[in-house]
Design a protein around this ligand. Structure first.
Ligand code: NAG
Ligand code: NAG
Ligand code: NAG
Length: 347
């Protein structure tokens, strides 16, 4: 798990180079570990933009960042490269992540920075890595550098223009940042706080089990959804929320931190209804799904079927939207409400 942790150190200190730097770093480490010829990585970034003459300074920043990051690898029980990696090795590491997944074999699935807008705004974002074996997610890791460790630390931000709650990061860096992970053969989902600054670094030093919330009364449940309207139909989810008796304001959160919030019991429901024609990508969900399920939650499409990670880069056959719940009672209610309200909407 150390490699995801490394990705963080790097995330804390840079801006423009982040996606490529994280992808190059994770790709390099996985390739060293499992053998370059023997690894399939599905990831968001391609190498085109970085290879143009205009991107020379961006590329050299990526090279510098990746090398700085990999130099820290031994702190996490991993090996650094024998010498600094050159430009071509780094471009190669990025372009190696060109797999399209599929129903057979093992595929790593990486979203180097999920929630770019959240990152830019100093709000929530995640590094997401999952392993799919014969179409099934068997490992998921979510790094959430701005996620408050304790629920009491949440700052609900009441914006005048959009009168809804936003999950804001804590101002005290010692109180935020965690890596959440789950593995198929092991019971449960785990959370490891992120170590900052001069604190003694040990990995994994203090991981603890996390669990979904036990609330099953909609009147007390909190639901999360994407911050941006273009990623999910807010008026449709508001209608669903009303019809199942949800009373609280939605918690709008950037990135896969929404899955983390359900797994950790900070919220009970996550609903997403993308516009017609939008195809959900596997890297935006794989890690979150296995983590929520391992923590005791339920994840399906709006028709109640499990998400299918075996069809390549996209979640093919997804029925309307994604419903993530802390337990079966809430899940059944939401699915029922989708059926009841679907005909009357023009989604
Ligand atoms: C390649 O990976 C498979 C499992 O996915 C493993 O059985 C095999 O030994 C690996 N080969 C090398 C050269 O690492
Ligand atoms: C992926 O990139 C490698 C070079 O990095 C290349 O050898 C391979 O053919 C590419 N595969 C696909 C599916 O494009
Ligand atoms: C969002 O859902 C509402 C129904 O709840 C529907 O009237 C509206 O057309 C939808 N908007 C889009 C962009 O799909």
């Amino acid at each position: 798990m150390g490699f995801v942790y490394i990705a963080f150190i790097l995330l804390q200190s840079l801006s423009g180079t982040r996606d490529w730097s994280v992808q190059a770093t994770v790709s390099w480490i996985l390739s060293e570990y499992f053998g370059r010829k023997n690894i399939s990585i599905v990831a968001e970034e391609d190498v085109q933009t970085l290879s143009t003459p205009d991107s020379r300074s961006l590329l050299s920043a990526v090279v510098k960042t990746v090398n700085e990051c990999l130099a820290e690898a031994p702190k996490y029980g991993l090996q650094s490269p024998a010498r600094e990696l050159g430009t071509s090795e780094i471009l190669e590491a990025i372009s190696r992540c060109n797999s399209t997944g599929g129903p057979t074999g093992r595929h790593w699935v990486l979203d180097p920075v999920d929630g770019t807008l959240g990152f830019v705004r100093g709000d929530q974002y995640a590094v997401a890595l999952a392993l799919i074996e014969n179409g099934e997610v068997i490992l998921g890791v979510l790094g959430c550098p701005n996620y408050p460790l304790k629920k009491e630390c949440f700052h609900y931000h009441y914006k005048v223009s959009t009168p809804k709650l936003l999950l804001q990061p804590c101002s005290d860096t010692l109180e935020k940042g965690c890596v959440i992970y789950a593995k198929k053969s092991c019971n449960g989902a785990w959370m490891q706080p992120l170590v900052h600054g001069d604190k003694k670094l040990e990995w994994p030093n203090s991981a603890s089990l996390i669990q979904v919330s036990s609330i099953d009364d909609p009147a007390h449940a909190i639901f999360c959804e994407p911050v941006e309207k273009r990623n999910s139909n807010h008026s449709f989810t508001a209608g669903l929320a009303h019809s199942v008796g949800l009373r609280k304001q939605p918690l709008r959160v950037y990135s896969m931190v929404k899955y983390a919030a359900i797994a950790r019991g900070d919220a009970e429901i996550f609903m997403k209804f993308a516009r017609t024609g939008y195809r959900e990508k596997i890297w935006d969900h794989a890690a979150g799904v296995i983590i929520v399920e391992a923590a005791g939650g339920v994840v399906t499409d709006a028709g109640g079927r499990p998400l299918d990670f075996s069809k390549g880069v996209y979640l093919e056959g997804l029925d309307r939207g994604i419903i993530v719940c802390s337990g079966p009672i809430l899940h059944e209610k939401i699915i029922g409400a989708v059926y009841a309200s679907w005909d009357s909407s023009n989604l």
